[in-house]
Design a protein around this ligand. Sequence first.
Ligand code: ADP
Ligand code: MG
Length: 337
Amino acid sequence: MKTSIYKIAVILMLIVFLSITMLGCSKGENYQRTAFFMDTKIDIAVYGTNKKQADAVIEAVFAEMQQLENIFSRHISGSDVNRINEAAGRTPVKVKPETIIVTRKALEIAELSGGAFDPTVGPLLELWGWGTEKPRVPSAEEINKVLPLVNYKAVEIDEANATIFLTKPGMKIDLGGIAKGFIVDQGQEIAKQFSVKALFINAGGDISITGSKPSGEKWRVAIQAPRDPQNWAAVLELEEGSVATSGDYERFFEEGGEVFHHILDPKRGVPGGDVSSVTIVAPDTLISDALSTAVFVRGKEKGMQLLESLQGIEGIIIDKDGEIYISSGLGDKIKIL
Ligand code: ADP
Ligand code: MG
């Protein structure tokens, strides 16, 4: 008799314990970690697993992403991009398969955007001192001198031999507008080897989401108000996929009372676009990252035109006056605040 009461008590306690832990899960329990690399802050959240597994996933994802950064950075000597630039006008350079993939995609986006996105902006970025401690405004003469070097059509990819060749001496590629997106996507690929319910990565505004929250709630991604970055301009509600933002408030400097940002118009050699921020919603981050830069440079009208012409890709443009423009397919996924 005594034992059965004891048993019932244990079973009851177990039920209470289980429902509490399930409650914990249903609230979307997750493990979060932050790291700093790729010149930015990277947040990861893992859902629907235990701490040990979450730690293992996060380690693996960060390791993969960091290793890829070493291939794509223009500033790391011996990186693929660095070697390609060093050999400009002289010889094709053998590179890793990832470099072929990202460069090919970069050339496709360049073509698609009518050259608003151009991975050969390297010489201009250097002239403006981006990536150094002291960005500065170059003279018109300096800009005109390097403009002929900015031309994505002068990049040759030899897929069979896995080489890339910049055909003019002095040319330089910079994959800063696309590589971060690719690296985030590769982080997600690595995470697929583990059994987690969902994974969220935010690399300085390049966001990728796979899976759904254990709670079943939708993902909510806030878009910053460009002139008041502590506040939100809008919120997106999403199932899965990617969101990336390019903004004039991310990297900029002031000179002579004027503000200069880091997204350049490849045709004019000066900061491009008549907008403050562009957010792209797409299935993968490589696309959303590159298109946010491309649409930014094309500006309000031509940028929206491009967005409307693309299937499965949506976007939000905020202009210099804070006016918000939303592509037609976004529907009730966006709430303006
Ligand atoms: P962030 O890197 O701040 O998130 P973006 O995704 O918009 O911003 O990428 C901007 C980066 O892309 C610049 O730092 C530079 O490396 C590169 N870039 C600048 N202008 C262009 C352009 N017109 N086309 C392609 N890449 C560009
Ligand atoms: Mg981007």
